[in-house]
Design a protein around this ligand. Sequence first.
Ligand code: DHE
Length: 522
Amino acid sequence: MTALQPLRIAIGCVLAVAACSALGDAGQLFRQHCAECHGADRFGGIGPALLPSNLERLRKPTAEQVVAKGRLATQMPAFGDKLSADDIRAIVGYIYTEPAEPPVWGLEQIRGSRVVHADAAALPAKPAFAADPLNLFVVVEAGDHHVTVLDGDRFEPLARFPSRFALHGGPKFSPDGRFVYFASRDGWISKYDLWNLRMLAEVRAGLNTRNAAVSGDGRYVLVGNYLPNTLVVLDARDLAPVKVIDVSDERGRRSRVSAVYTAAPRNSFVVALKDVPEIWELRYDENAPPVFAGLVHDYRLGEAIGEKGQFTPRRSPLENVLDDFFFDQSYAYVIGASRGAGGQGGHGQVVNLDVRRKIKDVPLPGLPHLGSGISWEWNGHRVMATPNLQEGIVSVIDTRTWQILKQIPTNGPGFFMRSHENTPYAWVDAMMSKDRKDTLQIIDKRTLEIVGSVTPEPGKTAAHVEFSRDGRYALVSVWEMDGALVVYDAATFKEVKRLPMKRPVGKYNVYNKITRSEGTSH
Ligand code: DHE
């Protein structure tokens, strides 16, 4: 030990004690002013969870503003007249600090959170309205955390109800289109009956959730979580938890789940992992063959080693993490890319889920948003197209050879792309463009050229398209607090109707979803 070391240690101790006591004061302020709504454990209550991983999308200065001024269209009040700027800063510092004990959210907590509002079996098994139940749109209004159910023939709302805080990802439907399941970033899964226009059940499956998928047979919901590192299987009837699966590689290295998807033709869920380079496939049918626990192997045909096949992960090892991907129409292939920090931008990979390995690299530029990809027949074979979160291009890829056919330049980076079997056009937004985020461009799927555009409201972000069941209308969001849902004639690109909505982030057509239309996300 050098002469200076005891001094350094002493200073370190004083600083640590000071930091602890500052956190202690902040903790006291939190308990006094925030815990009633956000929970003493910061797991959330009537307000959202306030743990560092849940706050990743909120910058600290914005968080301070929210505490001082409140949050529009929520129950979050303003504390600016009760708390000093220093107190507010202390509270914000506290909520961005990891709790002393790692948060626990297992089977018991999930079970304890479940709320059953009504029993679907006791409700009429037919729609309570005259509108076509397969041409309904479910519109997620993030501005004030509501959902609107829209008649897709008349474009009139049938119902509007409050959702959990911050829904994210596409709602998922039961195979007959009667039930819709929503996931919130805070882990709440809600089941709603579209025929009776009633909320049926809610359960908190995680503390920080990515998304949920419904099995092709409609019996299970799989939820993928960042916090804790788990997959949760729910019974789709009443959202009762069936199984919690810890997510780690075979050496025990834990991973967050990027997203879960249903591969109905394979009777399986496919899971993208954020921190370990593997794709998982979990069969949901009871007849699933047992899975060999080893890393690089196939289904075991003979003896099982303790694990049933149902809900047992079958791992495909990869060279790189993939967290965003697109299934080809056969569901044997996925093309994926990594989008997080350390991701391999410019590096798409095609993975064959049967041989369980990468079969091709695709030199995709920027950050392709493959989860939003669409496909169609082009010159006798199938192509897919993906928007790009970083560059103003749409990449069109031949799915026989996985070669890039064309990079179509657009107004700027965009999030979402959509089409329909009954239209020759694909619509793409440029919501991250510097100066053209108010405009969607329309690509002719035959010529791969841009042939038109729509600007629903100059200067206001326009994004996310979904077609009506018959493909005649394209619905676009004006993505603002006082925004709108704008209905366009998909052939003439002329506006047909406009409905005011509160930041309508996404809209989903029941028929297009349950038939896995080639023009929409699945
Ligand atoms: Fe999403 C879907 C991941 C940020 C709005 N987003 C998805 C899905 C994934 C994903 C994996 C597919 C899930 C599904 O449908 O089941 N999103 C991510 C991210 O990793 C990213 C970039 C960072 C993050 O914070 O998670 C991200 N997403 C956003 C946003 O900032 C958006 C624009 C606004 C918001 O509400 O958070 C946003 N994501 C959406 C929407 C969908 C979605 C509207 C559903 C798309 C669809 O039409 O199916």
